[in-house]
Design a protein around this ligand. Structure first.
Ligand code: UD1
Length: 338
């Protein structure tokens, strides 16, 4: 298939682009490079062993998006593009609604006009809100606690409504838990702009000496060691989940399918720090700080639906996630060059 990968220069998008190519698909990256670097592209091409078509388009621009899709002969879209920093979304909610909702609307309209009937969407476990029981199952009600989370809830709803109106549309909503790790080559990985909000890139930057310590946000949670527990999954497992979802929505009846992508096993902040110390070969400076507002004690998937319907299961361990993250961070201490 010929697949348009929005946000294909980003962390999850770049790893998925490679796996699509490895699976025999033709992947076209569209990115505006507002949160990613162009220097990822030659590395992707080196890993793919072939040139990759890249289009620079702001997907909130409806006319430009229409032109992109009109001339593309695409069979499917994988839609990663969007803003994803929770704190920033609280400061700038309108930017989050404009960019995340706007890009999904332009893509869906263009797909409808030009006969592209398959879309795989990057959703998040954040749609389970603050009070969901663990392990989280796909049939839980959705809600959110911040504008970023609401954009995911709303984009899911927009996709469901679009599928009701267009009975030929096939939609996969993939609810990611906590993606971490990097390609085994160490040449592509996660490179957040500014101070990382998420635990793994922060740990990696402390390990490489770019930041002075890891703040543990709370050690008084009702968990075995008192620190928050999350369902971290390797980005290569996550990328494989997209390839599987794309195949699956081609073979089932049209409509919307929703799948959790996680391991089903929670890991605490302290356990993650221990594993990373083993990977990088030294202890990391840490300090216990108050809980971060909005955080929950535990979040982990029930991944059994994805296993049953996609034949997909995350197989890489926490130690592999840390080893691969360290290989990427230690060979690229400042991330991608400008
Ligand atoms: C966060 C977002 C979530 C988003 C997800 C993926 C918040 C409240 N939630 O999830 O909406 O979908 O990222 O981008 O931001 N921790 C520390 N020190 C740190 C950073 C994190 O102790 O410097 C702890 C947290 O308290 C948590 C765990 O590490 O227990 C994981 O945090 P993080 O990587 O930010 O992911 P989530 O909070 O699960």
């Amino acid at each position: 298939m010929r697949i348009l990968v929005s946000g294909g220069a980003g962390f999850i998008g770049s790893h998925t682009t490679l796996q699509l190519i490895a699976a025999g698909h033709d992947a076209v990256v569209v990115d505006d490079f507002s949160r990613s670097k162009r220097s990822v592209l030659p590395r992707l091409e080196a890993l793919a062993g072939r040139p990759i078509e890249v289009r620079v388009v702001d997907l909130t621009d409806r006319a430009a998006t229409d032109e992109l899709v009109a001339g593309g002969s695409f069979d499917a879209v994988i839609h990663f593009a969007g803003l994803k920093a929770v704190g920033e979304s609280v400061e700038k909610p309108l930017d989050y609604y404009r960019v995340n909702i706007g890009s999904t609307l332009s893509l869906l309209s263009a797909m409808g006009r030009h006969g592209v009937a398959r879309i795989v969407f990057s959703s998040s476990a954040t749609v389970y809100g603050a009070d969901a029981a663990v392990p989280m199952k796909e049939d839980l009600p959705t809600s959110a606690t911040n504008p970023y989370g609401w954009t995911k809830v709303m984009q899911e709803q927009i996709l469901r409504d679009a599928a009701v109106a267009d009975p030929t549309l096939r939609v996969a909503l993939l609810r990611y838990f906590n993606p971490v790790g990097a390609h085994a080559s160490g040449t592509i990985g996660e490179d957040p702009s500014g101070i990382p909000n998420n635990l793994m890139p922060l740990i990696a930057q402390v390990a490489v000496g770019r930041r002075d310590r890891v703040l543990i946000y709370g050690d008084d949670y009702p968990t075995p060691d008192g620190t928050g527990r999350r369902d971290y999954l390797h980005v290569e497992d996550l990328a494989a989940g997209h390839v599987a979802a794309l195949d699956r929505i081609g073979s089932v009846a049209a409509g919307v399918s929703t799948w959790n992508l996680g391991t089903g096993t929670p890991t605490s902040v302290k356990e993650m720090l221990d594993s990373f110390s083993r990977a990088c070969g030294h202890e990391l400076p840490v300090e216990v700080a108050p809980r971060r507002p909005g955080d929950i004690a535990e979040s982990y998937a029930d991944p059994s639906l994805a296993e049953a319907e996609l034949g997909w299961r995350a197989t890489r361990t926490i130690d592999q996630m840390c080893a691969d993250t360290w290989r990427w961070q230690s060979s690229n201490p400042d991330g991608y060059p400008d």
